[in-house]
Design a protein around this ligand. Structure first.
Ligand SMILES: [Zn+2]
Length: 397
């Protein structure tokens, strides 16, 4: 069985796992983690796989929920490749230090890195404990005292309801939620390890309607023009920052995406006006804050407001073990510390946060995700595997 990270990554890319298909990739990963217990959670055509191994020293009989539990998580699904690739998107191709293929960065590199790091770590533990048993000296590697697990989903790029979220629900029912999780999404920007994500902004979608009375442009007194109603307030809506932001978060900014009203003619005033917008919100601004702000602002004009939070913001405590450890390992290997960020769109890390799991995202650069000719630098995949291996070896220090 091949456990060289680049070889494993090539295998993973060769499975055309467009959401939510897994195409047999799970059977392949099961072979690598053959000595782990595997639980399958399937719903509505989405298959999720959870591997775990109890690496507790001594107290094997105490309940598993009492043991420290570290989980590596990721998605094996990819977005469709699109046309115009220089090489086949599902035939991994190496050229000038890069591996090309759909999912190379997002996020089969991350999956290959943690699967191979875990395989190597567990093999080391076992060969060492064998040796320890023989010469009865203290083991130095037997530091991971707890449960090590892997959560894989085939639905992150899609609706993402029956993927990680559903799997965590199932684990919660079994009283088996991890305490710490690393999602190996591509988080680096310029060079490997320059950024990790310690949270994510939420997303609120809104529709504001302003009601008037349609009429002839030549008789404005007989009309109520919704454009004139909203005009004095528009500068306090368009681009308005609902908070000042923080070290980790950009300000929560109200961004208008569409305004329309009227009949596309010059002699009729509109009956009503519709404004669509989105707020990528930090933990400082909630949906209710946004509602209150707009309702206060627009209390004098007839309107309706629909708000819908499609994902909630979260921030992992920077002092938590997972953030501290991964930052330390990255700094010691790279010679510079990673920036803690919450930028970008949503990811499955939010679900871990919702279930109270301390979660961090750490992975390779993300400059070609979802694009044509997606590629990953080979050296970054090896570095990531190495970071995860060191993290495991030092987890209980
Ligand atoms: Zn991804």
């Amino acid at each position: 069985m091949q456990t060289n990270t680049i070889e494993v990554l090539k295998q993973l890319i060769a499975y055309p796992t467009i959401t939510p298909q897994e195409c047999g990739i799970y059977a392949y990963i099961k072979e690598i983690l053959h000595d782990f217990e595997a639980l399958e959670f399937e719903k509505e055509g989405v298959k999720n796989l959870f591997f775990y191994k109890d690496l507790s020293a001594g107290n094997m009989e105490s309940h598993r929920s009492k043991k420290t539990h570290l989980c590596f998580a990721g998605h094996i699904d990819v977005v469709p490749p699109g046309e115009g690739w220089a090489s086949e998107p599902f035939s991994p191709t190496i050229k000038e230090g890069f591996l090309y293929g759909r999912g190379a960065q997002d996020m089969k590199a991350g999956v290959a890195a943690f699967v191979c790091a875990i395989r190597e770590f567990v093999d080391c533990l076992e060969s060492q404990s064998l040796q320890t048993a023989q010469d009865s000296s203290d083991s130095t590697l037997q530091r991971f005292n707890g449960i090590l697990s892997v959560l894989l989903t085939s639905d992150e790029e899609g609706a993402a309801i029956f993927g990680t979220k559903y799997t965590l629900e199932c684990l919660k029912e079994r009283d088996f939620l991890p305490h710490f999780a690393i999602v190996a999404e591509p988080t680096s920007v310029e060079k490997f390890g320059d950024m990790i994500k310690v949270g994510r902004r939420g997303s609120i979608n809104g529709i504001l309607r302003v009601f008037g009375k349609q009429g002839h442009v030549a008789y404005p007194k007989k009309c109520v023009n919704p454009v004139e109603l909203i005009a004095p307030y528009l500068s306090q809506i368009a681009g308005y920052e609902l908070d000042k932001g923080s070290a980790e978060f950009e300000p929560s900014k109200l961004v208008i995406t569409d305004i329309r009203g009227g009949l596309e003619v010059v002699n009729v005033t509109p009956n009503d006006l519709k404004i669509m917008f989105n707020v990528r919100n930090s933990t400082q601004t909630s949906l209710e804050d946004l509602r209150q702000y707009l309702e206060n602002l627009l209390s004098k004009i007839p309107h309706s407001l629909e708000l819908n939070q499609s994902s909630k913001p979260f921030l992992t405590n920077k002092q938590s073990r997972i953030v501290q450890r991964i930052a330390k390992v990255l700094e010691s290997k790279n010679g510079f510390a990673p920036k803690f960020s919450t930028s970008g769109g949503t990811s499955d890390a939010r679900y871990f946060a919702e279930y109270g799991v301390s979660v961090v995202e750490c992975g390779v650069c993300n400059d070609s995700i979802h694009s044509i000719n997606e590629r990953v630098r080979l050296s970054e995949v090896e570095s990531l595997q190495n970071v995860f291996l060191t993290l495991l070896a030092q987890w209980n220090l």
